[in-house]
Design a binder for this molecule. Structure first.
Ligand code: ATP
Length: 935
């Protein structure tokens, strides 16, 4: 999606003098019309020019045009195309420093050193490139998991199509909540408002109308056109497609700007900043080391080499790739668990979620509505049978009802007529299309012996006011025959009762019945009607303001999803509060809340919320868990109130009016099946199964991703610091020796080229596997991470210091001991080679042991299952193989100055390296004890 700034840029490009040249690249037939000023033509003229009709194209025509014009998709310039990704890898200060070092080393005659540094650069760039490229593709692929569909007319029949299939000339229906699929000229509109921020940057919806406008009207003033990529915020309309795919206005902008999939998250940004500081700090340290070396009398080339080595060894060049991989794995695993990430930062934020605010219907419940109770002033009935199968019957006090009482018949008939759903039943199985609440009304009518089709034919609909969450009612105007018409009204009881005459049923009796039904967790719809004279042709708002007679109540059950009860419990264990937010009645909400385990606190209604000031609201938002009769605008206030208390809020929503709350929430969650396009566009994640449990899975994945990032940091940083410590310590304190070619240099526990070797092989083979680590056993029994926790947390810093010291002390100590004892036996030169090889081996083995310890942040490795992450062992195996080559292959011995080791030396190296095991074990025990005493 384009941001405001980009839209401004686009407007600058579209100055009248900068007309698009390709608009005149006219191909025959329809292409010739691509430049037409559609907005200046009447609807009929537009239909004619695109060779279409008000009832739409035929399938045959559509197929031909699809071949001619291609699918309705934007061929965007790929921000994540291979060259750009490669450029991003190279365009990185860490890499420049490394490249500079390589050149310098070669210039100093240290060709091997230079080549190893170059290998480090190439390897890291390659891994970074492959991973980021794949991650980018995976994220782009996600968009395809939430398909866009449109309702089009083909030869007069409404069909549901993939937006891709649209061609110029297609006639499309628009309703509030839709995303406009292509550039279109309106041919009918009713209160149609469209938000065109995607094109113009202007987020106030534009009212759309039919009359032609001046030919030179600016884009924003072409009020009879709707543009692809914009959003219908209210009303309905019908329009004919005039441009698809890249020829749309949006297509032209995208071609100019390309679309960026934002690969940045708070963590990657923080790491990039840390990386920059670290690079500067390391460069300064390198210069200091150069100075120290020179002061101690080094030859300049040797002093420069240690400085270069420090820079290369201390920079954690592998980190960016690790972070990208961990995030990409998270995105893919979430998608596999039905949560499609739309904005990458959500992967991280999910892990720190503290409150989940969820809709009830369909998310916490199954959205399989079945009417179970009927009430009219004449009496009440229960209905047997569940689901959409029309088997079942009306009962009264346990007895089957033979003939349908008149009032019940009227109640049921009104429910069928004031209804947009349809019912298909075959072989005892039923299915509905449309709103499940309305589907239930059809099923119960059939059970009682009424025929939906017949009723709808006999009492044809003249007009309707569709259901909207804010209004909580729907009304229709139907023929009654003989010049008589009726208005039927159904909706929430309060809303309907307000519009009824006082005579008829005593409100007390109605309210008592309502309480009884709602107390059982039933959703209750009230149904009313009034007669009007035949002259009225349409429904105006004032027609439904009053004068109705209450026909009765229908109570329907919508059972909680079985798995949600466990998921709510899991949230509570994980320190995450769950709040149910529903448009339903207080009593219904309370009962369902109880069944789901959201019992604490009082049920708060939207009306009560509206009366609270911000401070009171904060208190109520924290202490209550069930919110009933809530309108979309209350949701926004609730999110803000929770955020004011430093909560990280995930909020679900499906309607157009939920968009502001979804945007405000830290994690906006849209519904893949029932959600409107508008809500999906505003969301950070989309649930492809509409299920609450999926949010909890996503939170779990989010926590795992963050854990793995922390593990990777805690593994990588000590290696870099440890190597830097060894180098700095030896330059500063080790004895100076005479070089064969003249001049002075230090005795070093490892040669510069050996440092580089460790850097080359270990980061790649060992750090990456941690990104694949499975979740830890108590992942969802921990409280959420504080969002303010810095990336370099106390834990990471402390661990880095401890592990680096152990590693440096071990390598330096072992080298010194081995060098001393062996010099007498084999002479200084031979002893040095052997001791250095042992020091390198110790560091490598240290890393292997330390890696195993890093697999779990808190617990012991054995609780995780030693072999639960095979990739770790793949990495270890690869590393050992390389190390064997390093020690035993003659050409490697020559390149890296190594000597073959015997069993005793291997054993000793392993023993020293293994010191890290009890050290980290003790550190974990200490941290766990502190955490336990803190809680
Ligand atoms: P939740 O917020 O739990 O997901 P919801 O969004 O389905 O529930 P709404 O659809 O806003 O809640 O419904 C609120 C109230 O409006 C319902 O309790 C019911 O009384 C009434 N209502 C729901 N659907 C219809 C409909 N199709 N026609 C008329 N009234 C309806």
């Amino acid at each position: 999606m384009l941001r405001a700034g980009e839209a401004a840029l686009w407007r600058a490009h579209h100055h009248p003098s900068a007309r698009e040249p390709d608009m005149t690249l006219a191909k025959p037939s329809l292409h010739a019309t691509a430049s037409a000023a559609w907005h200046a033509l009447a609807p009929e003229a537009v239909l004619e020019r695109v060779h279409s009709r008000a009832e739409g194209l035929s399938d045959q025509e559509a197929r031909q045009r699809l071949e001619q014009h291609g699918p309705n998709i934007l061929k965007r310039e790929r921000q994540n195309g291979p060259w750009r990704v490669l450029f991003r890898q190279i365009n990185n200060p860490l890499i420049w420093v490394l490249l500079g070092s390589a050149v310098l080393a070669v210039a100093l005659g240290k060709v091997t050193d230079g080549l190893v540094v170059l290998a480090v650069v190439v390897l890291n760039t390659l891994i970074g490139f492959i991973q980021e490229f794949r991650a980018g593709q995976a994220i782009e692929a996600l968009a395809r998991m939430v398909p866009e569909t449109v309702t089009a007319l083909r030869e007069g029949a409404k069909v549901s199509l993939a937006a891709e299939q649209l061609v110029p000339g297609d006639v499309v229906e628009l309703t509030s909540g839709d995303k406009v699929p292509a550039d279109m000229r309106l041919i009918a509109a009713r209160n149609l408002q469209v938000e065109e921020a995607a094109l113009t940057g202007e987020s106030v919806p534009v009212r759309k109308q039919l009359p032609p406008v001046a030919e030179d009207a600016s884009l924003g003033d072409r009020t009879n056109l709707t543009f692809g990529g914009t959003l219908v915020t209210s009303g309905t309309g019908r329009a004919v497609v005039v441009a698809t795919g890249d020829t749309t206005e949006l297509g032209r902008i995208s071609r100019m700007l390309g679309e960026a999939t934002d690969m940045q998250t708070p963590m990657t940004k923080a790491l990039a900043t840390i990386g920059r500081y670290l690079t500067v700090a390391i460069l300064v340290m390198s210069v200091v080391l150069l100075g120290v070396g020179l002061l101690r009398g080094y030859v300049i080339s040797e002093a420069l080499l240690v400085a270069i080595t420090l820079a290369v060894a201390a920079i954690p060049e592998g980190l960016p790739a690790i972070v990208t991989i961990a995030l990409a794995i998270g995105v893919q695993r979430m998608a596999a668990r039905q949560a499609v990430i739309r904005k990458l930062p959500a992967v991280e934020t999910l892990g720190s979620t503290t409150v989940i605010c969820s809709d009830k219907t369909g998310t916490l419940t199954r959205n399989e509505m079945t009417v179970q109770a009927l009430w009219t002033p004449e009496g009440s009935w229960s209905v047997s049978g569940v689901g959409y199968a029309v088997q079942g019957e009306l009962q009264r006090e346990g007895q089957t009802v033979g003939e349908l009482p008149r009032t019940a018949a009227e109640l049921l008939r009104a429910g069928v007529l004031c209804n947009d759903a349809s019912l298909q039943s075959q072989e005892g199985k039923g299915a509905i299309t449309g709103d499940p609440t309305e589907g239930a009304l059809l099923v119960v009518a059939e059970k009682a012996g009424l025929r939906v089709g017949e009723l709808r034919d006999r009492f044809a609909r003249v007009d309707a006011i569709p259901f909207e969450s804010e209004n909580q009612f729907m009304a229709t105007l139907n023929e009654e025959g003989e010049g008589q018409r009726s208005i039927f009204l159904k909706g929430a009881l309060e809303v309907v009762l307000k519009r009824c005459q006082s005579e008829g049923a005593a409100p007390e009796a109605v309210l008592a019945e309502m309480d009884r039904m709602a107390g059982k967790g039933l959703r209750v719809l009230a149904v009313a009607s009034k007669s009007v004279s035949g002259a009225s042709s349409g429904l105006k708002p004032e027609d439904v303001e009053g004068g109705f007679t209450l026909l009765g109540l229908q109570g329907m059950i919508d059972p909680p999803r079985e798995e949600v009860i466990a998921a709510v419990r899991a949230c509570h264990e994980a320190g995450i509060a769950v709040k149910m937010i529903t448009g339903d009645h207080q009593k219904t909400a309370e009962s369902i809340g109880h069944q789901l385990g959201l019992a604490e606190g009082k049920v708060v209604t939207g009306q009560e919320l509206a009366r609270l000031d911000d401070a009171q609201l904060r208190e109520v938002a924290a202490s209550s868990h069930v919110f009933a009769r809530v309108a979309p605008e209350h949701k926004l206030r609730l999110v803000k109130a929770l955020q004011a208390q430093h909560h990280v809020v995930a909020m679900t929503g499906d309607g157009v009016n939920d968009a502001p709350a979804l945007k405000q929430a830290n994690i906006g969650v849209a519904m893949g099946i029932t959600g409107t396009a508008v809500s999906k566009e505003s969301a950070d994640i989309v649930l492809t199964d509409d299920n609450f449990t999926t949010i909890v899975s996503a939170v779990e994945e989010g926590r795992r991703v963050y854990d793995n990032l922390v593990k990777s940091l805690a593994f990588v940083l000590p290696t870099n610091l440890g190597l830097a410590l060894i180098l700095a310590f030896s330059v500063a304190f080790f004895p100076i020796q005479e070089l064969a070619g003249g001049g002075l240099a230090p005795l070093m526990p490892m040669l510069p080229v050996q440092f580089l070797w460790i850097n080359l092989v270990a980061t790649v083979a060992l750090a990456l596997p941690l990104a694949f680590e499975a979740k830890e056993p108590h992942l969802m029994q921990r409280p959420p991470r504080a969002p303010s926790e810095p990336v370099l947390s106390r834990f990471v810093v402390g661990r880095t210091a401890v592990a680096a010291l152990v590693m440096a002390a071990g390598a330096i100590g072992l080298f010194t001991w081995e060098f001393r004892t062996e010099t007498d036996r084999v002479g200084a030169e031979e002893a040095m080679r052997e001791a250095q090889t042992m020091a390198v081996t110790t560091v490598i083995l240290f890393q292997i042991f330390y890696l195993l310890m890093c697999r779990s942040l808190h617990g012991s490795l054995f609780r995780l299952g030693l072999f639960s992450n095979p990739i770790v062992f793949l990495g270890i195996g690869l590393l050992l193989l390389l190390q064997l080559g390093f020690i035993y292959l003659p050409f490697m011995q020559k390149l890296f100055g190594t000597a073959p080791l015997g069993w005793a030396e291997w054993g000793l190296s392993a023993l020293v390296a293994a010191v890290i095991l009890p050290v980290i074990g003790a550190e974990k025990a200490w941290r766990n004890r502190r955490a336990a005493s803190a809680s």
